[in-house]
Write a protein of this length. Sequence first.
Length: 243
Amino acid sequence: MSLLAQLAESAWLEFISLTVSLTAVIGYWYWINHRTGTNKRGQLSTPAQNRLIRQWWVQTLDNQTGAEILAVQTLRNAIMVSTALASATMLILLGVFTLIAQRQELVAISNTLLGVPLISLDPQTVGLKLLLLAALQISAFFCFLTAIRYYGHISFLVAMPTALRHAMQASQIATPPNGAISHETQPDPLPNYLQRAGSAYAIGIRIMIYSIPLFSWLLGNLALLVATALTVSIMYWTDRAPH
């Protein structure tokens, strides 16, 4: 078999392995996020419970007077966690860029120390894998920034009196050409912003988790598939509702 044929076969194996891995992870995430039913114990999945908890948190603010300080502290903690994770993605990104610049040394060290070429193919292929990993970290960073953005909007809404926030639901939104004023009931923006912030945070976390199988991809296609299977299994175990 010629060198060109070997490279073509290896490229197809890389593509198939990555496709299987992405299909498994994205399929699981879609299934767990759209799973609204209960398990045998009558419990919802953790993502479904988290959505309910955010909804109940807003209802608690509406029904419990004097909870504004606690709400502000909760939002501050959420912003701090999102900020810390956004900083972590940038540190990982810097490390990935360092590996990209030194990918030839990385392959040489692996071959020398381990005696076998565990890092697959050539430095160019390793560089492409690291670039994909860098793209994941940038996506996670954007998700955490989006969560911080919505939490910032929520902090303004929480500071409003409940009656004023609900009065905003019947706001003037348009004036037709005939001059008649049109009113339309708008949903309360607080639950909407809170659910969006929670979703952005959850997506960022799951993107960072998938970075683990992608790191394993540097060791070969089999390592990618095994790491993906382990990651999905662990996520399924953690996404089950606590007893």
